[in-house]
Design a protein around this ligand. Structure first.
Ligand SMILES: [Fe+2]
Length: 298
């Protein structure tokens, strides 16, 4: 039997599907915190989520007949649910509502690693030249310059700012190498949102979100969001760019050992556990998260 998730994790909203990809009247099953859940959409297009019994993927169902439902909300193109008592609000991404942005889901990718490991990898710029060679980084520009990290008490999130990196092809819309500036937010233990210089409009930022669905303590699905300022590329091209990047991360993530994230900052080399990673680990500890991590010995 898997261990029960900690209270904080149990009460979080968790992403479970790209809403548009849920077929109306067909069942999709997946795992959330070791529980089998089932999803569909009603004729009104609204998602319905419940704890699965003997439903199988692809079964036909009338959503109206599902009486015992889990809480549901839709946000950023995704369906979110909760196995405990959810908070009223999900973290905000105000940019998503800006009319001239192209918002898209970029796929839901299963990864054999814990959700917090995937968040930490998302925060790490040091791997760009080696993993995303000639796209997000290239030698000799391998240095991660000093940046600022804080935990915002008010917004209850980790914030890394002034992260700068020279990138050969920062986005689909890039026409050459540029120094890009990143801001990372971790507004949810298993989600991160990145703001990066937009090649098309210097005054604005492209937004990329990674929302991890913790399936078990050592497996997750990464649901990717892009909210871009790009008047030239097609959605297909923008999606493909992000999928290429994430396809490069997947094998790296799956080779991580242990698959759960150790919260003791001394348990891994300081280079790997850099400033934002240390703040993220500490924040998880303070929240009492034990799911998908190796808690700090007390
Ligand atoms: Fe990466």
């Amino acid at each position: 039997m898997p261990k029960a998730p900690d209270q904080t994790t149990n009460d979080l909203w968790h992403v479970v599907a790209a809403t548009e990809e849920l077929a109306i009247g067909l069942v999709e099953t997946t795992l959330l915190l070791d529980r089998r859940i089932a999803l569909t959409r009603g004729l009104d297009g609204e998602p319905v989520v419940w704890l699965a019994s003997d439903e199988e993927n692809g079964d036909e169902i009338d959503a109206e007949t599902v009486l015992d439902r889990l809480p549901v909300r839709t946000a950023y193109g995704y369906t979110w649910t909760c196995l405990g008592t959810p908070s009223a609000e999900l973290f905000p991404i105000p940019e998503y509502a800006e009319a001239d942005r192209t918002n898209m889901s970029c796929g839901s990718i299963g990864i054999h690693v814990s959700a917090p490991r995937a968040v930490e990898n998302f925060l790490d710029m040091g791997h760009f030249p080696y993993v995303h060679t000639d796209i997000l980084g290239s030698e000799p520009h391998t240095e991660v310059k000093e940046y600022d990290v804080e935990v915002s008490e008010e917004r209850d999130e980790v914030l890394a700012t002034k992260c700068k990196f020279i990138q050969p092809m920062a986005a689909k819309s890039a026409t050459g190498a540029m120094e890009v500036e990143y801001v990372y937010r971790v507004p949810h233990p298993f989600c991160s949102v990145l703001y990066k210089s937009c090649p098309e409009d210097e005054s604005r930022r492209d937004v990329i979100g990674i929302f991890l669905q913790p399936m078990t303590e050592e497996t997750c699905r990464a649901h990717l969001l892009q909210s871009m300022i790009d008047s030239y590329s097609t959605v297909t091209d923008l999606r493909r760019f992000q999928q290429t990047i994430f396809g490069q991360d997947k094998p790296i993530l799956e080779n991580q050992y242990p698959k759960k994230l150790p919260l003791d900052p001394r348990s891994e080399t300081p280079i790997r556990a850099d400033k934002s990673a240390i703040a993220y680990r500490r924040w998880l500890s303070q929240k009492g998260i034990t799911y998908g991590v190796i808690p700090q010995a007390s």
